[in-house]
Design a protein around this ligand. Structure first.
Ligand code: ADP
Ligand code: MG
Length: 613
């Protein structure tokens, strides 16, 4: 039998390697920008068209390349950053594998112009799918100018799996943020479809954080610093009250390179224990410095996960540095007692006599008498504690006592065929509000319980979807137009989806910088401040799982429904409950919220009866 093993041609090998290094336009932005930083650029300009699908251009004023180097840079394993295996252990630049340019050239059309300071003329190379199509001398600025066009032109499967422009651009912004925060001493400019997104002058770390995330963050930063023999830590953590239900402002850097670390993230969250609202995450920007020989950056092809020699010790150092910084700012755990139900714990001194507790028994106490409206037993303190609930139960009692024949009045059957009830004039109008969270109402088969927030989300969601398709929303002018300062990413997003937001009733204009001015709001959102709605909306939108199938409009509708829905702790009157139930059962899918959570549940009559056997 003849031999069957062949060496893959370089272009194929490069394409395979590209799959690891270049997953999406954002990866190209990262690799080219890191190369520019390694080339000691002081100013870097990035031009993006169509979220990188059409063009990614990175222009730097760094050291440039000679003619030969420019040509060689596209070969696999071509790098100026290591010479031998030992160098791997003391690497301090961003790149070193020499794979990025070869990978990019294998799957895109690339044009590079580069000139070293001492040379009069520079060199220009074009390369398409690993094939050099031209190399010539040109006059160009000092430094390097890479233009990457038609990414994945020869890998249709990859191209097809790119997400919406909004999603791809938001990946680019994330990579960009990581790089600019790690390199505040470099000036950066980012343009998307010719409009300026970021203009970041040289700065210190704090100024850089503020110019990326907006002025609002400035007074919320707490300085952190800790120097030890194994690691130096500096940077900032956010005040707990600034923590939001949003991830996106959590950054670790090691030797000026962004890194991910779920492990160290825990150290920080742990230090904030008890002083955060549930589910909110604190901001942090921690810059670690360790000797390169004690870390291994080579374990991941895109190099964001890093192995430390002394993981556990570093965990402790981070943890205590954060605790200390919080402590210095007088932020510590506190326990809130609900005033109504607080109790005193007597302070015992050593020589206090301990007596057996005395129990007062009220021989006249009749538990059934308590349930009757109006009757009082002043001696029963347990009951007075539950005054609130009792009065509600009285109401329920009133509701029921007038019912002579429930089966006539309530015709609701079960969740499966709940839609029947919409048209059924006999649906109950007896509503009982429980814990300001659930609407209870008797139906033929039992007691129906509705989660009010989820119900409202469903109602609004279907309404917004409808509005978006027939463009019929009503906007209400805000009394005083409100300017709101956002971070660049959110600002770009809002401008991107502004057309849909307008259809939904928002009237938002760009107000220069990262600000917007809100002149009008959807009628359904008027019970909240514009700032509050936008904040919740952006949080939801930014954290939604987006896949190619989910329509942008659906995410907008969902996010806005969640942001505008009433809270799980809002009093509702009888009329409001009736309206909510009516609207819910007029929905196409009244059983589940737009996030797939159960809205309606029925406790069957026989289940209730069983309890009294
Ligand atoms: P690596 O960065 O891992 O060395 P790359 O494929 O990203 O590998 O780059 C290959 C080489 O090309 C680099 O080592 C560097 O010598 C050169 N190079 C790439 N980009 C630039 C740039 N913007 N300015 C100067 N030299 C560059
Ligand atoms: Mg590189």
């Amino acid at each position: 039998m003849s031999d069957i093993i062949q060496l893959l041609p370089d272009s194929v090998a490069n394409q395979i390697a590209a799959g690891e290094v270049i997953q999406r336009p954002a990866s190209v932005v990262k690799e080219l920008t890191e190369n520019a930083i390694d080339a000691k650029a002081e100013s870097i300009t990035i031009n993006i068209k169509d979220s990188g699908k059409t063009l990614i251009q990175v222009i730097d004023n760094g050291i440039g390349m000679s003619d030969t180097d420019a040509r060689l840079s596209f070969e696999r394993h071509s790098t100026s950053k290591i010479r031998n295996a030992d160098d791997l252990f003391s690497i301090s630049t961003m790149g070193f594998r020499g794979e990025a340019l070869a990978s990019i050239a294998a799957i895109a059309h690339v044009e590079v112009k580069t000139r070293q300071e001492d040379n009069e003329v520079g060199t220009q190379i074009t390369i398409e799918g690993s094939q050099v199509t031209s190399q010539e001398s040109v006059s160009c600025a000092k430094g390097t100018n890479f233009a990457v066009k038609n990414l994945f032109f020869n890998v249709p499967a990859r191209r097809k799996f790119l997400k919406s422009n909004t999603t791809e651009f938001s990946h680019i912004i994330s990579e960009f943020q990581r790089i600019v925060l790690a390199n505040p001493e470099v000036e950066f400019k980012l343009y998307h479809n010719d409009s300026e997104i970021y203009l970041l002058p040289k700065a210190n770390i704090r100024q850089r954080i503020v110019s990326v995330f907006g002025k609002r963050i400035n007074q919320n930063l707490i300085t952190i610093e800790s120097n030890t023999s194994i690691i130096n830590i500096k940077g900032f953590i956010g005040k707990p009250e600034y923590a939001r239900k949003k991830s996106g402002e959590q950054f670790f850097f090691i030797n000026n390179r962004f890194m991910r670390s779920a492990y160290f993230n825990k150290a920080i969250l742990n230090a904030y224990d008890q002083i955060l609202q549930p589910e909110s995450v604190p901001s942090y920007f921690l810059y670690l410095e360790a000797h390169p020989s004690t870390i291994d950056v080579n374990i991941h092809p895109t190099k964001t996960e890093i192995k430390f020699e002394d993981q556990q010790a570093i965990w402790q150092i981070i943890h205590s540095a954060v605790k200390q910084a919080l402590g210095k700012n007088n932020i510590g755990p506190s326990i809130d007692f609900d005033l109504e139900q607080s109790f005193n714990i007597p302070v015992l001194s050593k020589d206090t006599d301990i007596k057996a507790p005395q129990i007062d028994i009220d021989p006249t106490f009749n538990p059934f008498a308590q349930k009757m409206p109006g009757s009082k037993n002043p001696k029963s303190s347990a009951l007075s504690l539950e005054k609130e609930n009792l009065s509600n139960w009285d109401k329920l009692y009133e509701g029921f006592e007038k019912e002579n024949d429930l089966s006539q009045d309530f015709s609701f059957v079960s969740t499966e065929n709940s839609q029947q009830s919409i048209t059924d004039p006999n649906i109950s109008d007896k509503y009982f509000h429980f814990k300001n969270k659930y609407i209870l109402t008797p139906v033929k088969s039992g007691l129906m319980i509705i989660d009010q927030k989820r119900a409202h989300e469903r109602i609004l969601f279907e309404k917004f979807i409808q509005t978006l398709s027939d463009e019929s929303a009503v906007s209400q002018k805000t009394l005083f137009p409100k300017t709101i300062e956002l971070d660049t990413k959110d600002h770009a997003l809002l401008m991107n989806i502004n057309k849909d937001l307008k259809i939904l009733g928002f009237d938002i204009d760009d107000f220069g910088g990262n600000s917007v001015i809100v002149n009008g709001m959807p009628v359904d959102s008027m019970n909240q401040e514009p700032e509050q709605i936008l904040d919740k909306f952006l949080n939801e939108y930014n954290t939604s799982e987006v896949d190619a199938k989910t329509q942008a409009k659906e995410i907008i509708a969902k996010s806005l429904a969640k942001a505008s829905a009433i809270s799980s702790n809002q009093k509702l009157g009888n009329e409001e409950m009736r309206e909510m139930v009516d609207l819910l059962f007029a929905c196409q899918n009244p059983n589940f919220s737009p996030f797939g959570k159960l809205i309606v549940s029925i406790i069957k009559t026989d289940e209730i009866e069983k309890r009294f056997i």
